[in-house]
Write a protein that binds this ligand. Structure first.
Ligand code: PEP
Length: 248
């Protein structure tokens, strides 16, 4: 059985005082013993400078944490980059890889995303690999081709390590826009990805949905057969909203 997973992406938001309030509310609201019948996991991916604060706040909780990016390199002359081994020292379990904001604003190619996923796994971090189409690509009926190409680059680079990833389907047109894919639209792409994972002998990889997930729409999205949870941006900055999504 695939345990459901909800991951918050704080993006470039936060501050020491606001983080402390948010983390405190999350720890209180997501108790150590999960009374629910479905195994469920919660994590937050935060800006690099706050990893120490998050580690201190969450290490005795059931909430995991991670970064929003990771270098494709293990060490060396790569100014500004952060290696997977460094993230491990701060207790990170996850790193987002290939988020559309990095693919678009930092020109990250499929090859670079695959190399970052490889480096994350080699360093002991689970990459949460994001795939998804733009609005223009959806309107050109290219959704399947785009996510298949993005997934294929990662599958080719990881080979037998593919079962160790988490995948996130994030339609670019739904991120931060308030426009969510309908549960049926999400399921269609998740089923496609599940088929590709099955063919690559990685059927149990969790596939999260991301794109304007809120407490009000999470239940319907997470009820879809191949949706194993969510990657949540804006709503992860509000403890009540994020906890309601985690319970959905
Ligand atoms: C994200 O940042 O991955 C995301 C899905 O953002 P939002 O939930 O704000 O659309």
């Amino acid at each position: 059985m695939r345990a459901s997973l909800v991951v918050g992406n704080w993006k470039m938001n936060g501050g020491l005082a606001a983080n402390a309030r948010l983390l405190d509310a999350l720890v209180t609201g997501f108790p150590r013993d999960d009374a629910g019948e479905t195994p469920r996991e919660l994590a937050v991916c935060v800006p690099f400078p706050y990893l120490g604060q998050v580690q201190a706040a969450l290490s005795s909780s059931r909430i995991a944490w991670g970064a929003q990016d990771v270098s494709a390199h293990a060490s060396g002359a790569y100014t500004g980059e952060v290696a997977a081994g460094m993230l491990v020292e701060f207790g990170c379990r996850f790193a987002l890889v290939g988020h559309s904001e990095r693919r678009q604003m930092h020109a990250e190619s499929d090859a670079l995303v695959a190399a970052k996923a490889r480096a994350a796994l080699d360093g002991g971090i689970t990459p949460v690999i994001c795939v998804g189409e733009t609005l223009a690509e959806r309107e050109a009926n290219a959704t399947a081709a785009v996510v298949t190409r993005q997934f294929g680059a990662v599958a080719a680079a990881l080979g037998s390590d593919l079962p160790r990833i988490v995948l996130a389907y994030e339609p670019v047109w739904a991120i931060g826009t308030g426009k969510t894919a309908s549960p049926a639209q999400a399921q269609e792409v998740h089923a496609l990805l599940r088929g590709a994972l099955r063919k690559a002998r990685a059927a149990d990889v969790r596939v999260l949905y991301g794109g304007s997930v809120k407490a009000a729409n999470a239940k319907a999205l997470f009820a879809m057969q191949d949706v194993d949870g969510g990657l949540v941006g804006g709503a992860s900055l509000d403890a009540d909203e994020f906890l309601a999504i985690a319970r959905a």
